[in-house]
Design a protein around this ligand. Structure first.
Ligand SMILES: *[C@@H]1O[C@H](CO)[C@@H](O)[C@H](O)[C@H]1NC(C)=O
Ligand SMILES: *[C@@H]1O[C@H](CO)[C@@H](O)[C@H](O)[C@H]1NC(C)=O
Ligand SMILES: *[C@@H]1O[C@H](CO)[C@@H](O)[C@H](O)[C@H]1NC(C)=O
Ligand SMILES: *[C@@H]1O[C@H](CO)[C@@H](O)[C@H](O)[C@H]1NC(C)=O
Ligand SMILES: *[C@@H]1O[C@H](CO)[C@@H](O)[C@H](O)[C@H]1NC(C)=O
Ligand SMILES: *[C@@H]1O[C@H](CO)[C@@H](O)[C@H](O)[C@H]1NC(C)=O
Length: 384
């Protein structure tokens, strides 16, 4: 019974052109280790029931091998007396599909390669978190920070300032004329929403209409849980030097990689306009949420707890070097909020009602996953 875990499991991992380390692999897989074990990254720590999942090592190895490409190996051994308890055996995981693997890999590389590159250049997290090295809101002078780990991404859909909340309340473009923010931290009509292009030119637009997601008051619904979004219409389109964020395909409404022990990185901003990283927890029903990365990971250096003032700031997957919008912050800690995917059709009808002539734009995932398989992707338990 114990043989699986007394046998050494070998992990092979790699990271494109930027050489990573063992930790890059552990950034992405979850060995189900409690914090006290994480200083021993090569050792498997059994929980208080001696619980390990049969096949999870193989799944993680598979995931690692498919999403990274640095040929480092390490040994995973059992650690601690709890491993001598009888194994609690969950189901054997199904292997990741090639569709899952390819999409996961793009998401992982989108963030982890950039963090690695930053680290390799000797830039600390504190220096590389700020998106701007200068933000003079009064004189409209902005300088994008060349040391920001996300500097080479197109971050222009993200508004750093508005005339109503100043650095608070955020605002993210979902079309050339529509922005999204949080209802509990809303921006008034006639406020100016500011964007900065990649060459630090400022583009200001006036918010001329807003509409929140529907909340059923007679059903005692709280808008905080799954309806905490406002769409604002701008007085005119932003120029093509300012981009808007795409969203996942419409049918992509359930996404639970953490349940499968797969850690996908998410890029978020806060009210200071820092580029932060957390792991995706899940999206199901009306909400989407993040979790803290493993504390010894590189990602964790870019992680911050979300605090009062961060509400309304956006979270994205980075897929094919594009921002794919997920939600805006309602709750703090790791951060969670209303799932854009759950409200896809309603947001489109709000955009239509407000005017402007645009709808949400789905990111093209066709090179990863066929349209027919979008529903199934991530929907099945890996541990059955
Ligand atoms: C783990 O799964 C493998 C593959 O299905 C099986 O051969 C093995 O007996 C399982 N081990 C335990 C301890 O259940
Ligand atoms: C890593 O392993 C792969 C597959 O065996 C091989 O093609 C590649 O050349 C190796 N890369 C390095 C840097 O050793
Ligand atoms: C990074 O900045 C934070 C907040 O200013 C500070 O507490 C921390 O000590 C800094 N870390 C390093 C390594 O400089
Ligand atoms: C917005 O400004 C217009 C024009 O000045 C004014 O008529 C309107 O009442 C204002 N709306 C709000 C909500 O302040
Ligand atoms: C709102 O909730 C009430 C009570 O549950 C229900 O009867 C009604 O159909 C709901 N309205 C909408 C538009 O969903
Ligand atoms: C999305 O889901 C709807 C409703 O289940 C279905 O009719 C449609 O074919 C799906 N679209 C794709 C691209 O799978």
């Amino acid at each position: 019974m114990f043989r699986l875990y007394t046998t050494l499991a070998v992990f092979l991992c790699v990271l494109g052109t930027v050489w990573g380390s063992l930790q890059d692999c552990l950034d992405v897989v979850d060995t189900n280790c409690p914090p006290e074990a994480t200083t021993h990254v090569d050792q498997y720590f059994c929980d208080d029931k001696g619980r390990v999942y049969n096949g999870s090592c193989q799944l993680q190895e598979h995931f690692c091998r498919l999403t990274f490409f640095h040929n480092e190996s390490f040994h995973l051994t059992k650690l601690g007396p709890n491993c001598d308890h009888p194994l609690y055996v969950a189901a054997v995981p199904r292997p990741l599909t090639s569709e899952e693997t390819n999409l996961f890999a793009s998401m992982v590389h989108g963030v982890d390669d950039r963090l690695k590159r930053t680290e390799a250049a000797g830039t600390t997290a504190n220096v590389s978190k700020p998106i701007f090295s200068k933000q003079d809101h009064t004189h409209k002078v902005y300088q994008r920070n060349p040391h920001c780990w996300a500097h080479d991404l197109d971050l222009t859909p993200i508004s750093p300032w508005n005339s109503y909340g100043k650095t608070r309340k955020a605002g993210t473009l979902l079309s050339p004329r529509h922005a999204v923010w949080a209802r509990h931290y809303s921006i008034r009509v006639n406020s100016t929403l500011r964007f900065v292009d990649r060459h630090n030119n400022v583009v200001d637009r006036r918010v001329i209409k807003t509409r929140a997601l529907y909340t059923n008051a007679s059903a005692h619904q709280s808008f905080l849980f799954g309806h905490d979004m406002v769409i604002g219409l701008l007085d005119s389109d932003v120029p093509s030097t300012i981009s808007f964020a795409k969203v996942l395909p419409r049918n992509f409404t359930v996404l639970m990689p953490s349940r499968e022990r797969v850690r996908l990185p998410v890029f978020s901003t806060d009210f200071e306009e820092k580029a932060l990283v957390a792991d995706f927890s899940n999206m199901r029903g009306t909400m989407a949420s993040l979790i803290e990365p493993i504390t010894t990971s590189t990602r964790h250096k870019y992680y911050e707890r979300k605090i009062s003032g961060d509400s309304g700031n956006p979270s994205f997957f980075i897929i094919d070097d594009q921002l794919v919008f997920l939600f805006v912050f309602t709750f703090g800690g790791s951060g969670s909020g209303t799932s854009v995917q759950h409200n896809f059709n309603e947001i489109n009808s709000i955009m239509e009602h407000l005017g402007g002539g645009y709808q949400l734009t789905e990111v093209d995932l066709s090179r990863f996953v066929s349209a027919a398989h979008v529903n199934a992707l991530f929907g099945d338990h890996i541990f059955g």
